[in-house]
Design a protein around this ligand. Structure first.
Ligand code: MG
Length: 372
């Protein structure tokens, strides 16, 4: 048998408690995070890890990711060549539409195997580092704003300078009050604003002119996906850059964003793009248009964020930092020791072979709800 064939897989649906409640809008407050952890094995005994961290507003949950992996994507993977990652992702695309989170889990597991086979970190397979660490943004997303401000002050004292506040799900006056507290309380702050699609197109510009007065580095996804004409109008009317998140999930959508002028900047998330290869393609199109990229997250833990860090640290155009704070600042205990080692306002890019992560099987089993 060829040594590089995929011979087996295991997957765990896990539920991981988080340290404090988090809300990213949509009226939903999270207290734990459901994810799927994937392990692939090859005939020569290599193991690759992947993670799917779905976000329900994008159409998937951990349960649907697990089902897509179990019934469609993984059975088709067994017996195929693990080295041919582009071909494997084409197989996945042909087998099932959507389910970008499950596909991302497969792709990162294949890169993990490829790196381990070559004894190189995944970042080297993507051309090598252009930065050793990535500036870190922490999100003000606790329904208890004062609690998050306390955390932010502590992080600020340790050298942290980037914060992103979730806006648009309380009333506008309260958003402006919070922005005032941030601006007055933390001089020198690199402040970003993320509406998570929270504004109605009809009065978005009026509200954003108020927000723009706080000089945010960017305003992320003010109006819903599907309202790209309004997004383009806002990008043209505002001085503050408009960053597209939910409106750009694929290279095709990034190309459309360039043509229609609705993204001054873009967030790259492996869970949106369905893996590293497509994430890099989004960045390449954005770079060609002069739009910098940013490392976004849904609710990923250490495996998926390690994969994203390996990729983003190789992209010269990814100049807006990342929000990979879950393992260090939000999860009570991740299933992998924290390889990103967030501190001093940056995350470190893992240096071990493959993704550079090692799963603690006891923690994995203790958080598992279902497995196969
Ligand atoms: Mg966002």
């Amino acid at each position: 048998m060829m040594a590089d064939l995929v011979t087996g897989f295991s997957a765990w649906l896990i539920d991981s408690p988080i340290r404090s409640a988090r809300s990213h809008g949509s009226g939903h407050v999270k207290r734990s995070v459901g994810r799927v952890i994937l392990r692939l094995q090859t005939a020569d005994g290599l193991t690759g890890w992947g993670e799917a961290a779905p976000w329900a507003p994008f159409g998937n949950t951990a349960e649907t990711a697990l089902a897509a992996l179990r019934h469609v994507l993984l059975p088709g993977l067994v017996g195929t060549d693990a080295r041919r990652i582009g071909a494997r992702m084409a197989d996945c695309a042909g087998a099932l539409a959507g389910h970008s989170d499950a596909k991302a889990a497969i792709e990162m597991a294949l890169w993990d195997i490829a790196g381990k086979r070559l004894g190189a970190p995944v970042s080297e397979l993507f051309g090598g580092l252009v930065r050793d660490s990535i500036p870190l943004s922490f999100s003000i997303a606790d329904p208890d704003f004062d609690a998050d401000m306390g955390r932010a002050r502590e992080m600020f004292a340790q050298g942290h300078r980037i914060l992103k506040i979730k806006t648009g799900f309380l009333d506008h006056a309260e958003d402006l009050r919070r922005l005032t507290v941030l601006r007055e309380g933390l001089p020198g702050l690199d402040l970003r604003v993320d509406y998570n699609q929270g504004l109605a197109p009809y009065d978005a510009l009026r509200k954003l002119r108020d927000v723009e007065a706080f000089a945010p580095t960017f305003i992320e996804q003010p109006v819903p996906r599907g309202q790209e004409a309004t997004l383009a109008m806002l990008a043209a009317a505002l001085d503050a850059p408009v960053l597209a998140d939910e409106s750009v999930t694929s290279p095709e959508e990034m190309l459309r964003a360039v043509r229609e002028g609705f993204a001054d900047a873009v967030s790259i998330k492996l869970m949106k793009s369905g893996g590293l290869i497509a994430g890099r393609a989004i960045d390449a199109i954005a770079a060609a248009a002069g739009a910098p990229s940013y490392g976004g997250t849904l609710w990923e833990g250490g495996i998926a964020l390690a994969a994203a860090a390996h990729l983003l640290a190789t992209l010269p155009n990814c100049t807006l930092g990342c929000e990979f704070y879950m393992p260090s600042y939000a999860l009570v205990r991740d299933i992998v020791p924290d390889v990103l080692r967030a501190g001093g306002g940056v995350v470190q890019v893992p240096s071990g072979a493959g993704l550079g992560v090692e799963v603690d099987m006891d923690v994995l089993r203790s958080q598992a709800v279902e497995s196969f």
